[in-house]
Design a protein. Structure first.
Length: 296
């Protein structure tokens, strides 16, 4: 599956726009601290604070169905998080994944604009960088279904390499490529747990699920975006997603989407393989390039 497994570049551009806008807000609101806007109120915390375990529990009130949080790390790392509002209230646990230092938190009504009306800071004293090990907004490795599945497909006696091979095998054998969503250009970003529940997705969804299962087993996992070669050996103007998983001090490349099957006559055909599990670097570079590691 090549052309059919890439997803439309507009989604990534939208995400990048969100982060750039958030950066601009940081500059504009550099000295303001506030926990309330006309439609959103952060009730906890209610002042700048400190985190000793690398996490932050946020609670609040809103008349919106969903709010968004933007987190800037000590070195300017940026990540956005959705929070569902139920009966006028929301709560979300954020992981301060980028090491020791000062984190800035914004809240707003969408993922592409944070006006600085809500802004506060938290100092994390945890020194280790866990960006590829702890949950993110869509790689929700703390989800009960994710952690339960991860435990069920591995054995305690397995090495980490055997564990990630088991993850790859399960995902390629059980997740169906959603070719209709690809053709329709559906840009909805789904959590790994949603992909698991629905049993289907596009390449980004495969990558989120693989990463979530690996992190649930304490194996560092990256989500990587890049371009891929088409059938005519040209390079696609759209992006593709795959993973890198850390085992024994090295990053193992895994492309579960291309190993899951192929498209024939407009339909997905399941045909699990291991061709793109820890492939030869030179061979992989012939079809995948311009890789950029995300903060998912």
């Amino acid at each position: 599956m090549r052309r059919e497994c890439s997803f439309r570049i507009i989604l990534t551009l939208a995400i990048c726009t969100s982060l750039l806008l958030a950066t601009a807000v940081a500059a504009q609101a550099a000295y303001s601290v506030s926990f309330k806007s006309p439609r959103i109120e952060i009730t906890s915390p209610n002042s700048n604070g400190q985190s000793f375990d690398g996490s932050l529990h946020i609670e609040g009130k809103s008349d919106l169905p969903e709010i968004w949080l933007c987190v800037r790390g000590p070195a300017g790392e940026l990540a956005t998080y959705p929070a569902e509002v139920s009966e006028g209230r929301f709560q979300v646990k954020l992981y301060l994944r980028f090491g020791k230092g000062t984190y800035t938190i914004w809240a707003g009504d969408n993922s592409t604009k944070f006006d600085g009306s809500i802004r506060f800071e938290v100092v994390s004293t945890r020194s280790d960088d866990t960006r590829f090990l702890t949950p993110s907004a869509f790689v929700d490795s703390e989800n009960e279904q994710i952690s339960s599945l991860a435990d069920s497909i591995v054995k305690p006696s397995m090495t980490d390499m055997e564990k990630i091979r088991a993850i790859h095998s399960w995902v390629t054998e059980n997740i169906e490529y959603d070719y209709k969503a690809y053709l329709a250009g559906i840009n909805q970003v789904k959590k790994a747990s949603t992909v698991l529940e629905e049993g289907q997705g596009i390449c980004r969804d495969y990558a989120y699920l693989v990463a979530a299962l690996a992190r649930a087993l304490d194996i560092p996992a990256k989500v990587v975006y890049g371009s891929v070669a088409d059938r005519n050996n040209g390079w696609e103007p759209q992006l593709h997603a795959w993973n890198e998983l850390q085992v024994d001090g090295r990053w193992v490349t895994v492309d579960a989407t291309w190993d899951a099957g192929y498209i024939k006559n407009g339909k997905f055909v399941s045909s699990p393989s291991n061709k793109y599990f820890d492939p030869d670097n030179e061979e992989f570079a012939a079809t995948h390039r311009d890789a950029k590691v995300t903060l998912h």
